[in-house]
Design a protein around this ligand. Structure first.
Ligand code: GDD
Ligand code: MN
Length: 366
């Protein structure tokens, strides 16, 4: 039987949650023809095997085990492309999203606009009025509020929960949007709303529960990623979010760069020496911060961190040669204008560094 509704669930290390998820769905959807499509990124805890065990018992479960791909957003896109139902529902696999909301979501999607129907229906964590259990810490709650303001401003809507991970729409609308959606990142609903600005969106309240087991993969770096994502969207796809983040980190690194540069010049160093020292200080800063912010999803730790720093330094040192010689050349041409000369060197450097290290230093699992 063709299902009406496909429940798409991205998972990473949710082995302990999937059997329960199926049971909760089955209990909440007795009257619907539904299927569960789990998209797992080859989780080390064996989530894919756990899903296949559930599938052995029930005919309406499939597992896409992705061995070479990573990331929440692209996992959701894959799941939607594999879905058989006319309606797709996207939700977390950790028990935080209440399946009891799904029938109301489906009903709203099937109604015409005038009668409270909508093109996209989302589950809002902030409409029910009660405390939001799933956002455990005050820090997490504050983070969420800040993010909401930023996103609403940008979307030109006033959604109570524009960053929710629980929503439903027609497969047709979602599939048509995929070519324009961001494969990196995790803000799938926001992305979908941004690319469908004419669509009607309806929010339904639900209680965001505590995770059943395992832990959240999101930290405070998400606000930074959100800001980078917005800049990327404003560039109309010209700049990918990662490049925006890389350049953003580089801009902060350049504050270090110029402080060291002018300090060294003031201490009487030759221009090329000052530029070289400033560039090395900025290099270590840039690597460490990019590792946490730009590449939070493939952060290098332990020995991999040091190997990465070494490789990054090698790549960067080639850039530095180009940087220092370009800067020196410009310095002579511009009659000793240190700021412009130094900037010219940096621009060459950043482009080289991003293109090569994006692939060689952090690109291992992509
Ligand atoms: N396939 C895949 N790949 N799944 C992933 C990945 C990944 O890289 N990262 C996370 N997931 C899965 C998790 O296993 C979970 O089922 C779901 O995506 C959401 O991840 P959580 O780690 O549970 O996120 P959260 O609960 O902290 O964040 C919630 O709020 C965010 C907005 O603040 C979620 O609802 C997010 O979807 C939402 O964007
Ligand atoms: Mn969650």
């Amino acid at each position: 039987m063709t299902p009406t509704v496909s429940i798409v669930v991205p998972t990473y290390n949710e082995a302990g949650n999937v059997a329960r998820l199926y049971d909760d769905l089955a209990a909440a959807l007795p009257a619907l023809a539904w299927e569960l499509v789990v998209v797992d990124d080859d989780s080390p805890d064996g989530t894919a095997d756990a899903v296949r065990r559930v599938a052995a018992l029930h005919g309406n479960v499939r597992c896409l085990q992705r061995v070479q791909e990573r990331g929440l957003a692209s996992a959701v896109h894959w799941g939607v492309q594999a879905a058989h139902g006319e309606i797709v529902v996207v939700m977390d696999g950790d028990g935080q999203h209440a399946p009891a909301l799904i029938p109301a979501m489906v009903e709203a999607l099937q109604k015409p606009g005038g009668e409270g129907g909508a093109d996209i229906v989302s589950g809002s964590r902030f409409l029910s009025g009660g405390p939001v259990e799933g956002l455990e810490s005050p820090r997490r709650l504050a983070l969420s509020e800040r993010g909401n303001q930023l996103v609403n401003l940008f979307l030109g809507r006033t959604l109570s929960d524009p960053l929710t991970g629980f929503f439903a729409t027609s497969r047709r609308l979602f599939v048509a949007s995929i070519p324009r959606l961001q494969a990196d990142g995790f803000k799938v609903f926001f992305d979908l709303a941004w690319h469908n600005r004419g669509a009607t969106i309806r929010e339904l309240p639900f209680d965001f529960r505590k995770r059943q087991s395992g832990e959240s993969k999101l930290g405070s770096y998400v606000l930074w990623l959100l800001a980078c994502d917005i800049v990327a969207k404003l560039s109309r796809g010209l700049l990918p979010p990662r490049l925006v983040s890389f350049v953003g980190v580089g801009l902060i690194g350049s504050i270090f760069h110029f402080s060291v540069l002018y300090a060294a010049l003031a201490a009487g160093a030759a221009f090329w020496v000052a530029q070289a020292v400033a560039t090395i200080v900025a290099l270590v800063f840039n690597f460490s911060i990019n590792n946490v912010l730009t590449y939070s999803d493939q952060r290098l730790r332990g020995t991999l961190f040091w190997k990465g720093l070494l490789l990054y330094s090698l790549i960067a040192s080639l850039g530095i040669v180009a940087n220092v010689s370009t800067a020196q050349l410009a310095y002579v041409q511009l009659n000793g204008h240190a700021f412009l000369a130094s900037t010219a060197g940096l621009v060459i450097d950043v482009i080289w560094r991003f293109v090569v290290s994006n692939r060689l230093v952090w690109g291992g699992r992509r």
